[in-house]
Design a protein around this ligand. Structure first.
Ligand SMILES: [Zn+2]
Length: 461
């Protein structure tokens, strides 16, 4: 993996943010967060987080040690200092010895200690960042890291790949308990500068922004090299067959089947490329695509498994409709079963989310990703492309193995994860509107109105 640090750019960030009244610490924190966030092989859409420990003057004139940590709703690729809310550090550290903290108490405690109460909610991994005694802490869900952790024998494999400055953390759901586990492992071996979180990602830490970033690139590169060295065998593909329809002709059928009732509408995004083709047309796609995602938090966008449809050879549109209808019915049954089995084991009462798939893989045709709007559909598509790359790479060299279905369920139904995507439903969400004569005054005003009600609008003129 290429190291993109540039002294020139680092200085530009320092200068730019100084003018805006921000410290060098925050400027460099923003700089390397951008470097990490703009690399798709490290993080995608709101994944990962970073922090810096610094001092800030409050309104009372007193200086406080704070942890500026990524806030919810911000993306690492375009974060600004406002997206790194400052939380007073001492109170956070005061809970190091606490045995348990409920999610609600954790969120409240973090909020209560914000310097600016209007800041976004600090990350669910705030305590983890606070407990690691380094100025800069970087966290990503790097493809190469989950590639080496999501397979049988991963622990041994990781110990072989990484040196003695890397600690391995077994899978624990994010939140306070993970922070405690990480701190426990770090305390036993304070020479560590990196932690690999099984089935989740990687943390690197140092007292300078550059060093923490360099460590990230170094360890991810080590994982990449280790995977490349493994004996690999292409995964078996289905035979190519032709159909009597094109992708755009079946998209409306899929979109229709996604709605269970009049009030529920989705937007679909179609794509196909070399990697997706390889993943979708695998003989065992139903097996390996149901083993989970690349990293746990993808589940809130793509659900625990996709819907796979295999059209009949020479299938007409009408025939596809029948095949797809049946496949959707089976998917909904499977999802309800998954919910019923896992809700019994989960803490607290759970209410089932809708049963519509977020990813529809049509063999020999391509991927249709699904969302409440085009943005969400595209995000589900991007995450699936990453999941496809990681899963096929592991399948070529071993067998994909992820966290248990129950653990994945806990993430999908975790209120703190759902809070990331829950927005008030807009009146025309999921609708697609076409406006003719749209560049005229009336046409353009009409466009703005439909857009403000949440519709996807196509402009014609
Ligand atoms: Zn994470």
């Amino acid at each position: 993996m290429k190291n993109n640090w540039s002294k020139n750019f680092a200085n530009k960030y320092i200068k730019k943010y100084k003018k805006l009244g921000f410290s060098k610490d925050l400027a460099l924190r923003v700089y390397t967060t951008h470097l990490l966030g703009r690399n798709k092989e490290l993080v995608l859409h709101g994944g990962g987080n970073t922090s810096v420990k610094t001092t800030i003057k409050d309104i009372d004139g007193k200086k406080y040690s704070v942890l500026c940590v990524k806030g919810s709703g911000w993306d690492m690729a375009d974060i600004e200092p406002e997206g790194l809310p400052a939380v007073k550090l001492e109170p956070l550290l005061g809970l190091k010895k606490k045995k348990y903290l409920s999610d609600e108490d954790m969120v409240n405690f973090q909020k209560k200690n914000l310097i600016n109460i209007k800041s976004p909610n600090p990350s669910v991994e705030t305590f983890l960042h606070a407990f690691l005694p380094f100025k800069f802490v970087d966290h990503t869900h790097a493809d190469a890291i989950v590639n080496v952790t999501n397979r049988p024998g991963a622990l041994k494999f990781c110990n072989k790949i990484f040196g003695d400055k890397v600690g391995i953390v077994p899978y624990v759901m994010p939140g306070f308990m993970l922070a405690k586990k990480v701190y426990e492992i770090y305390s036993k071996n304070p020479k560590l500068n990196c932690l690999i979180l099984m089935n989740h990602g990687i943390f690197t830490f140092a007292d300078s922004a550059k060093e923490a970033y360099d460590l990230m690139i170094k360890y991810v590169s080590q994982a990449e090299r280790a995977v490349r060295k493994l004996k690999s065998k292409k995964i078996k593909q289905i035979k190519k067959f032709s159909t009597k329809f094109n992708a755009h002709e079946i998209a409306p059928i899929i979109r229709g089947l996604l709605s269970e009732n009049k009030d529920q509408k989705f937007v679909v995004n179609y794509r196909l490329n070399k990697h997706l083709k390889y993943f979708i047309n695998g003989k065992n796609v139903r097996t390996y695509s149901s083993k989970g995602t690349a990293t746990p938090d993808h589940v809130i966008r793509v659900k625990p498994f996709p819907l796979v449809i295999t059209p009949k050879k020479n299938s007409s549109i009408e025939e596809f409709k029948i095949t797809a209808k049946k496949a959707f019915e089976n998917y909904r049954k499977k999802y309800i079963h998954y919910f019923n089995v896992n809700k019994k084991k989960a803490k607290g009462k759970k209410v089932m989310l809708d049963t519509s798939p977020r990813v529809v893989l049509v063999q020999n045709v391509g991927m249709f990703s699904v969302g409440k709007d085009l943005g969400a559909a595209k995000i589900a598509g991007d995450l699936t492309e990453t999941n496809a790359k990681v899963i096929t790479s592991v399948e070529e060299t071993s067998n994909y193995r992820f966290i248990s279905e129950r653990d994945l369920f806990d993430i999908e139904y975790w209120s703190l994860e759902q809070a990331k995507i829950k927005k008030k439903k807009k009146l025309l969400e999921g609708n697609v509107v076409v406006i003719t004569g749209s560049t005229g005054t009336i046409g353009f005003e009409t466009y703005k109105m439909f857009k403000s009600y949440g519709a996807e609008v196509i402009l014609l003129d």
